[in-house]
Design a protein around this ligand. Structure first.
Ligand code: UD1
Ligand code: CA
Length: 453
């Protein structure tokens, strides 16, 4: 089967410089969702019709299996499909989808194409409480489809019809080419309507098949920011529902956003207002506190992530404790049973098994061994103004509070660093390291007092 995705429209009502089909739903362009669904149907050809913002649309979804047809002027949906014809295989049917209708289930499309077969003509229709704005499905007394009438061309009786055209159709490609060539634009919008093909197919002796989706939202399109926000909620509700079915505990399914894929083990629990982006994996018994943002990360079994923790591009082992207010940046690797506490930032660094950095610390470009204790206010000075350097801290080191480690530097196993030390030279194992400082006290000191004006 060929699949054609119409994505040439302007999307004026979005009031945006971004082409409509590139507006993100769950963090990805609307069109990318449609392409994903199309791919699951294994099309022989996959053609996107571009027009408005063509270069940006092409760049955003370019892939070896996607071809583009340019519709330089938007002269109607029929005209749009016509532009794709040279790229289609005429020997198999064509399914037409819309770049701004992102949530149609693959199963719904499969049902339509199965019903249509190789030679039939099918339309996905849905019955709406408020059908206004849509093309109406006109049937005869016996229920046979006669034609589709656009809202703007419909009589009052036709406007009362609740069954509408979703726009999604399946048709035999060779014949479709002939029908499209004979379309006229003598209608209220002066456009070449794809919907008019229905009558031409009937004239050719084909009976129109219709199928319906399980859910109305599968056919909803995005024309405005309001509709985009509504579909975002539908998408997120579906994701939350699937997580609940899989056994994940969600404090509130309405306060979770997944922009990518979230894989969860058994007995995972997620508190309110968490955002997951990219690919995130949570192993068994992971607990995520409220207001966490987690992107491209794996988190090991039994690990607890406390409130307001931000994780990006990190790998966390089992039984670790993070946050509240921890920040893991790309390349952070936390081994099992490690603790990274409040206002601790870790970047491109390994925190070894059972090691702890519980308060107010920056660890960047570092390798920290096992059972290391990092005191509050410790900073790896990894940047000399031009280059980044590594700090190596071996097993069982005790780092006193307010320590600066000026990289490149290595601290040997078992070393104790006194509070307030600046370490700028390597330290051999099992030593105490401190800077010579004196503490001076001045007796009888009198604090200044504020002058009276
Ligand atoms: C179309 C259908 C209508 C259906 C409705 C469902 C026609 C004539 N009407 O109406 O029966 O109920 O969709 O939402 O088909 N597009 C192009 N090139 C064009 C025109 C449109 O690529 O020249 C694309 C648009 O970007 C959009 C889609 O086709 O994604 C639908 O076009 P639109 O103008 O919104 O059609 P409707 O008037 O809503
Ligand atoms: Ca429209």
């Amino acid at each position: 089967m060929n699949i054609v995705i119409l994505a040439a429209g302007t999307g004026k009502r979005m009031r945006s410089a971004l082409p409509k089909v590139l507006h993100p739903l769950a963090g990805r362009p609307l069109l990318a969702h449609v392409i994903d669904t199309a791919r699951t149907l294994n099309p022989t050809r996959l053609v996107v019709v571009v027009g408005h913002g063509a270069d940006a649309v092409r760049a955003a979804v370019a892939a070896p299996d996607v071809q583009f047809a340019l519709q330089a002027q938007q002269l109607g949906t029929g005209h749009a499909v016509q532009q794709a014809l040279p790229l289609l295989d005429p020997s198999v049917p064509t399914l037409v989808l819309y770049g701004d209708v992102p949530l149609t289930r693959a199963g719904t499309l499969k049902q339509l194409t199965d019903a249509v077969g190789q030679q039939g003509y099918g339309v996905l229709t849905v019955t709406l409480d408020d059908p206004s704005g849509y093309g109406r499905i006109v049937r005869d007394a016996r229920g046979k489809v006669l034609r589709i009438v656009e809202q703007k061309d419909a009589t009052p009786e036709q406007q009362a019809i609740a069954e509408i055209n979703t726009g999604i159709i399946a048709a035999p490609t060779g014949q479709l080419a002939g029908w499209l060539a004979s379309l006229k634009n003598d209608n209220s919008q002066g456009e070449f309507y794809l919907t008019d093909v229905v009558e031409l197919a009937i004239e050719a002796g084909i009976e129109i098949v219709t199928t319906q989706p399980d859910d109305e939202w599968e056919t909803l399109g995005v024309n405005s920011k309001q509709q985009l926000a509504e579909l975002e909620r539908v998408y997120q509700r579906n994701v939350a529902e699937a997580l609940l079915v899989a056994g994940v505990t969600l404090a509130d399914p309405a306060r979770l956003d997944v922009r990518g894929t979230l894989e969860c083990g058994r007995d995972v629990s997620i508190d309110v207002n968490c955002v997951f982006e990219g690919t995130v994996t949570l192993a068994d018994n992971v607990t995520i506190g409220p207001n966490c943002v987690i992107r491209n990360a794996t988190i090991g079994a039994g690990t607890r992530v406390d409130a307001f923790t931000h994780i990006d591009g990190a790998e966390v082992g089992a039984q670790a404790v993070l946050g509240p207010y921890a920040r893991l940046r790309p390349g952070a690797q936390l081994k099992d049973e490690s603790h990274v506490g409040n206002f601790v930032e870790v970047k491109n660094a390994v925190i070894g098994h059972g090691s702890k950095a519980n308060h107010l610390t920056y660890i960047g470009d570092a390798d920290i061994g096992a059972r290391v204790n990092i005191g509050a206010g410790t900073i790896t000075c990894n940047y000399d103004g031009a280059n980044k350097h590594r700090t190596i801290i071996e097993d069982d080191v005790f780092v006193g509070s307010d320590t600066q480690l000026v990289a490149p530097v290595r601290v040997g196993r078992g070393v104790t660093i006194a509070a307030g030390t600046t370490v700028w030279k390597d330290v051999a194992p099992d030593q105490l390291v401190l800077n010579d400082k004196t503490q001076t006290s001045k007796p009888g000191y009198v604090r200044p007092v504020k002058k009276k004006s």
